[in-house]
Design a protein around this ligand. Structure first.
Ligand code: GLY
Length: 357
């Protein structure tokens, strides 16, 4: 078991990584919570609901089933769920448990952030991607037609409970997509984590319990540390966007259909490594090493038809762009990155071309 504290101006809480923690989830619910609403999908509930129900130890709860899908990550779904909570007698003393992957963590967290102007939420992520990223750090939200996650709120949870055992049922492609966010954490902040992903690929891919727990724990530790230093992404937290600048543009350019988020981030990380090389921050040899580890967890869907110039146009529209300046997170070494906005377009185009080749 590993416990990592998150300290923000409004709230201090723990992210706990523990095999089997679902079966003691009830111990994290404060006695004063009058009603518990578990926001989940039927898929997750069918696989892991019995463990969570047992873990709530007889505490009464209502299930709110979200039908799932990025296309339903919308304000209208939040409204439907809030109405259901009202029908079931929810009031200001209730608590939400967001039990699922990244979409459920974001949407359930947002529901909690605005229901009765804010009720507590416990995040229980069930995909690798959400365990190592989405569920920790208090970012919640929904999509607009104009783009992903364009409405939302920072709403830090009461706790984040991560059970590595639930990953045993995760489909292979989703599991691999989550691994790219783990590699990201290694590149931005942890040489040992990058080394684990480079040197123990077979253990990682075969979901060896000890390797899985180690990579999740190290990722959660890093995320908690970064969020504690910069909750609202005014500075340090931007390093978590490594690979996301180009990754988001690729997702949008392919209509969110071709790539899973982690896969698009993988291509984005390759572009960032090339850009690190082209701007003299890292050697060609190191860029090759970073990209070889990314490639070793492939294959990624082919990039045919994606125009680098089109991606460049989308970059400026990214919500992370500040007054039109695209912010890049570029490597300086393994475990060391730099946030910069002064990168010339010609290098960006070359880096994107190299990443998509
Ligand atoms: N996923 C990036 C962040 O939480 O800041």
């Amino acid at each position: 078991m590993s416990v990592y504290p998150v300290k923000t101006p409004d709230r201090s809480y723990n992210a706990v990584v523990e095999r089997g923690i679902l079966r003691r989830a009830g111990s994290f619910i404060p006695a004063k919570a009058a009603q518990v609403f578990v926001v989940t999908t039927s898929d997750v509930w069918d696989l892991h609901g019995a463990s969570l129900a047992a873990g709530l130890g007889g505490k009464a709860f209502h299930r709110i089933i979200f039908p799932g899908g990025e296309e339903r990550k919308r304000l209208s779904s939040v409204e439907t769920m809030a109405e259901e909570m009202m029908r079931l007698g929810g009031d200001r003393s209730c608590l939400v448990i967001a039990f699922g992957g990244g979409i459920v963590n974001d949407l359930g967290g947002f529901l909690a952030a605005i229901f009765m102007r804010g009720v507590p939420v416990i995040q229980i992520p069930t995909t690798l991607l959400s365990q190592v990223d989405a569920a920790v750090g208090g970012k919640t939200g929904a999509n607009l037609v104009s783009g992903k996650n364009l409405v939302g709120a920072f709403h830090q949870p009461l706790a984040v409970l991560t059970d590595p055992d639930v990953l045993m049922t995760l489909p292979e492609r989703e599991y691999r997509a989550g691994l790219f966010e783990v590699i990201k954490h290694g590149i931005i902040r942890s040489e040992p984590l990058f080394g684990l992903m480079r040197d123990r690929k077979q253990d990682v891919l075969s979901r060896d319990p000890e390797a899985v727990e180690e990579m999740i724990s190290e990722s959660v530790r890093i995320k908690c540390e970064v969020v504690s230093a910069d909750e609202k992404e005014a500075g340090l937290r931007r390093i978590l966007n490594y690979g996301h600048t180009v990754g988001h543009a690729i997702e949008a350019e392919t209509g969110y259909q071709r790539y899973l988020h982690g896969e698009a981030v993988a291509l984005g990380m390759k572009a960032a490594a090339h850009l690190g090389r082209l701007t003299g921050r890292i050697s060609g040899e190191l860029a090759g090493e970073l990209n070889a580890v990314v490639d070793s967890y492939g294959p990624l869907p082919p990039a045919n038809g994606i125009q680098p110039e089109q991606l460049l146009r989308r970059l400026a529209k990214d919500k992370k762009a500040i007054q039109g300046a695209v912010h890049w997170v570029l490597p300086r070494g393994i475990g060391d990155v730099e946030v910069t906005s002064g990168v010339d377009e010609a290098s960006v185009l070359r880096a994107i071309r190299a990443a998509l080749a």
